[in-house]
Design a protein around this ligand. Structure first.
Ligand code: SF4
Length: 208
């Protein structure tokens, strides 16, 4: 193979964005580095910022500069960030501040280590459920009566609506329920497991 025929290896790097919010200093650094190194920027369906088409030889320099600006990167064992709709502060139909709740979930669980894959969390600010909360492993939906909690939803080739296990509860009860669910998931999971496969376990912690 001629040198000119060789495929240039590219890689990627994902910056985690709690609450789907991009801090201005990270946005500015990404913009600067994208200009310098010529990579692309993709907003993932999980509301993270994925830097794509990075030349492998540039990866360490890019990672170091972003880390210095405060970026945290997606990696194995990290607690998943909640996917959120825009919520009550910026949506006329909203009942709850989804971004604030996502931040509180991140504050409480974000430092957990060796979290087993692969469950996702979503929060919707009203029953319209724009963030797909009912199609997510742990789905939180704000209603006029409080928060509903759905478990076991999923997309993919065989989508499933999550089972409602709590209705009209407080934010504190939602946080405690997430802890209960995550510990149950950890006990029951070897390598990885969606919650839909655990709903019918005899010791599933909620009767629904
Ligand atoms: S789920 Fe409700 S609050 Fe959230 S964006 Fe949709 S309509 Fe607005």
């Amino acid at each position: 193979m001629k040198r000119s025929d060789a495929v240039r290896k590219m890689t990627g790097l994902t910056i985690m964005l709690p609450g789907g919010i991009v801090p201005p200093e990270i946005l500015a650094k990404v913009s600067e580095l994208a200009g310098k190194y010529g990579f692309g920027v993709y907003v993932s369906t999980a509301q993270n910022l994925r830097l794509i088409n990075i030349a492998e030889e540039h990866l360490d320099a890019i990672r170091n500069e972003l880390a210095a600006a405060g970026a945290v990167f997606k990696g194995p064992g990290r607690f998943p960030l909640a996917r959120v709709c825009i919520g009550a502060v910026n949506c006329n139909l909203g009942i709850a501040d989804t971004i604030a709740l996502a931040m509180r979930i991140h504050e409480r669980f974000g430092s957990r280590e060796k979290v087993k894959p692969k469950f996702k969390i979503a929060i919707s600010g009203c029953p319209a459920a724009c963030s797909g909360a009912m199609l997510t492993d742990i789905g939180i939906v704000a209603t006029r009566a409080g928060f509903d909690l759905h478990v076991g939803g999923k997309g993919g080739p065989k989508p499933r609506v999550g089972r409602r296990v709590l209705k009209g509860v407080s934010e504190g009860e939602i946080l405690d329920a997430i802890e209960t669910l995550v510990e149950f998931h950890d006990r029951k999971t070897g390598k990885k497991q969606r919650f839909s496969k655990l709903l019918d376990e005899p010791d599933f912690p909620f009767s629904g």
